[in-house]
Ligand binder design. Structure first.
Ligand code: ADP
Ligand code: MG
Length: 220
C-alpha cells in the first residue's frame, strides 16, 4: 500500500511541487500521469524514500518513511520496493546474472542463484543470463531490469516511463508483464507515464481495471 498526505517537494533551484493525497491499497494499480515536468519522477523518488518531502508524509509498504534514517531507508528500499527506473541502470561491465546479484548486495540478503534463474525464466530471459547489457535489445533490457526489480518479491513496484523507448509490441509486452507480475506477487503497482498507450493497455486488462486509480499531475 501507499498512503500520501499533504505531500510537497521543493527543489533547491527549481519548482515547488504539491501532490494530491492518495491511498493505494495493497495489490492495486496506480497510473501516475501528467505532462513532462509535472513531477512524476519526483513523486516516485519520494515514495521510494530516495528523497524526503519538504512537508507532508508517506506510508509505503506499511512503513512510515519519517521513521527511517538514511541507512535504514536504503535497506528498506532494497527489500520493499521494486524500482524500474526510466534509464534502466544496468551496469555495463556486468552480465545479466551479475546485475541481478547486485540486488542481493543492496539488500544485505544472501545471493540466491536459484531465485535469480527462476525470475529470469518467468520473464523469458533466462537464456540471456551471461550477456552484457550492450548485447540486449531494448525490450530484453527492460525485461532484465524488471526481473531485477522483482527479485526480492517487493510489496511495491514503481515503474518510471516503462514504455518510453519501446515500439508498440514491446510497449504492450512491458505493460502486460508489469500487470501480471504485480498480480502474481500481490504487489502494489505504480506506472508513471505520459504515454497514451499505457492508459489504453491498462484499460484492456479487466482485472487491473477494477483496482485502478489515477493520479493526474499538472504542470507547475
Ligand atoms: P516528470 O517525471 O513528470 O517529467 P520530474 O519529477 O522529473 O517530472 O520534474 C518535476 C519538475 O522538477 C520539473 O520542473 C523539473 O524541471 C524539476 N526538477 C527535476 N529534478 C530537478 C533538480 N534536481 N533540480 C531542480 N529542479 C528539478
Ligand atoms: Mg519523469
Amino acid at each position: 500500500m501507499i498512503q500520501t498526505q499533504g505531500l510537497c517537494f521543493q527543489y533547491a533551484m527549481g519548482p515547488a511541487l504539491v501532490f494530491a493525497d492518495v491511498l493505494v491499497p495493497q495489490a492495486s494499480v496506480l497510473l501516475l500521469s501528467g505532462p513532462s515536468g509535472s513531477g512524476k519522477s519526483t513523486w516516485l523518488a519520494l515514495v521510494a524514500g530516495l528523497v524526503a518531502p519538504s512537508s507532508g508524509h508517506l506510508t509505503v509498504a506499511n512503513q512510515d518513511l519519517r521513521a527511517l534514517n538514511k541507512i535504514a531507508s536504503d535497506a528498506w528500499r532494497a527489500k520493499a520496493i521494486g524500482f524500474l527506473p526510466q534509464k534502466l541502470h544496468l551496469s555495463a561491465a556486468l552480465t545479466v546474472q551479475q546485475n541481478m546479484a547486485l540486488a542481493y548486495w543492496a539488500s544485505g540478503n544472501a545471493e540466491n542463484p536459484q531465485r535469480i534463474a527462476e525470475t529470469l525464466a518467468a520473464l523469458n530471459v533466462l537464456e540471456l543470463t551471461d550477456r552484457l547489457p550492450a548485447q540486449l535489445s531494448g525490450g530484453q533490457a527492460q525485461r532484465v531490469a524488471l526481473a531485477r526489480a522483482l527479485l526480492l518479491k517487493p510489496q511495491v513496484i514503481l515503474a518510471d516511463e516503462p514504455t518510453a523507448s519501446l515500439d508498440d509490441d514491446a510497449a504492450l509486452d512491458a505493460v502486460r508483464l508489469l500487470l501480471t507480475q504485480a498480480r502474481l506477487h500481490a504487489a502494489t503497482l505504480v506506472i508513471a507515464s505520459h504515454d497514451a498507450r499505457v492508459a489504453t493497455l491498462i484499460a484492456q486488462d479487466v482485472v487491473a481495471q477494477k483496482s485502478l486509480q489515477r493520479l493526474m499531475l499538472i504542470h507547475h
